[in-house]
Every structure is written in C-alpha cells, then in structure tokens.
Design a protein around this ligand. Structure first.
Ligand SMILES: [Mg+2]
Length: 227
C-alpha cells in the first residue's frame, strides 16, 4: 500500500495542482508505517497516531496553571495576559462542593477582579438553587447545565460579554471539562487547584481530577506552574 499522486487541473488558473491520496496504488516513493489495531480493520499511520495524541495533548493543556486556588489569580495576572473577561466554573473552583455560601475571601477576590475583567459563572451543575444562589450573592450573571466540554454555553457567555473570544479566559479546576471546553472554543484557559474545605487534602479528595492530570500528561499536555 502506498500513496498515489493525483494530478488535478485547476481550470481557473490553468495550472496543475498536485494532491496526495492514501491507499491508492502507483506512487511507492512514500511508505508510511502503519499501526493496525488487533482484531479490527482500522489502519492508522504512526504519524497520524502521533498527530492525534498531540492534538489531544494541546486541547487538554491550560495556557496557565496557577498551582493554587483561584484566589491567587490577581488583577496583575489578568492584565499581564491582556484578558478582559473571565468565565468561571463554580463547583470546587469558587466554592467547595458541600458549601452553599461563598467565603468572604472569594467575595473580596471578586471585587478585586471586577474592575479589570467582566465575570460570568458557567457551571455544569443543573441546580438553579445552588448556582443561582451563589451567582446572586456575588451579583454575577450565570449559566447552569453547561455540559462542558461542550462549547455552546461558553460561547453564549462570551457573546454576552461582547468580547473577542481570545480576550476571555475559561477558569476552572478540571481539565476534561473546563480546560477542554475553553481550548475548543479558542479561549485562554486557566487551571486552578480545587477549592477545598479547610483541613482537606486535595489528592485524596479528588481522585478523578488526579486521574485527569495523569491522563492529560500521558497525552502530551504540559502542566508547568506559573512561577
Ligand atoms: Mg469544577
């Protein structure tokens, strides 16, 4: 099996345009290595497999990994990256899962950031009572049931901000929902450590998140912390 060269005529320009198509007999100059899955007919070249892995790695890679909770995201950092809006995940990004009220620390953080960036809450949680209550206590617009990594509700928030998508950051604690959704839409993405209750140890409390971090690194994502 090899690649064949197909010559197509570009009628408008009158020039010949060369395109390569895999799986056609003829040209034996290019011989890719093939990876064949056991028990199936799927055939993927090594270079294609590498490309798929790299794509997933990039989609799971945050532009910024704070290595701390959202409270360490300062107005100076927001300005440094020229961000004008922040879409914030709620559960365990702003508020621990079992808490229903925002902390005074978070309230002060919101008031520090508000002058430099437009803020929206976008949560996968479908509870209007929980997410709506948190949003109202912070006086912020919100969207529930976002189904991240779907882009649909993130796009709605960015449109509501009336900002270019690259000027808006998706800020969240999870790679396979928050970071993946933000990267898919072309937003700046910021991974934060989960907001835990005092005395809790993050690694034992969040095995799924730890698994996500491990898997994303296998797929090629870099999670270097901001210095
Ligand atoms: Mg979360």
């Amino acid at each position: 099996m090899g690649y064949a060269t197909l010559i197509c005529q570009n009628h408008s320009a009158g020039n010949a345009v060369s395109k390569t198509h895999p799986g056609e007999p003829g040209d034996r100059a290019v011989k890719p290595n093939y990876w064949v899955t056991a028990g199936s007919r799927a055939v993927v070249s090594v270079s294609q497999r590498r490309s798929i892995t790299m794509s997933w790695g990039k989609l799971l890679e945050p532009d910024l990994f704070l290595g701390d909770s959202i409270l360490s995201l300062t107005p100076e950092i927001v300005k440094e990256y020229d961000l004008k809006g922040l879409v914030l995940d709620v559960d365990e990004t702003l508020v621990p899962l079992r808490e229903i009220q925002v902390s005074e620390y978070l309230r002060q953080w919101v008031e520090q950031i508000r002058p430099v960036a437009t803020l929206w809450l976008v949560s996968n949680n479908i509870s209007e009572a929980r997410i709506g209550g948190i949003a109202r206590s912070l006086n912020l617009p919100y969207i529930t049931g976002a189904a991240k990594p779907s882009r649909r509700k993130l796009r709605q928030a960015v449109t509501g901000m009336n900002l270019p998508v690259e000027k808006v950051a998706m800020v969240g604690d999870r790679l396979f929902t928050d970071v993946l959704a933000g990267n898919r839409l072309g937003m700046f993405t910021i991974l934060v450590e989960p907001m835990v209750e005092p005395g809790e140890i993050m690694q034992t409390k969040h095995p799924v998140r730890s698994l996500e971090v491990w898997l994303s690194q296998i797929l090629g994502a870099s999670l270097a912390q901001k210095k």
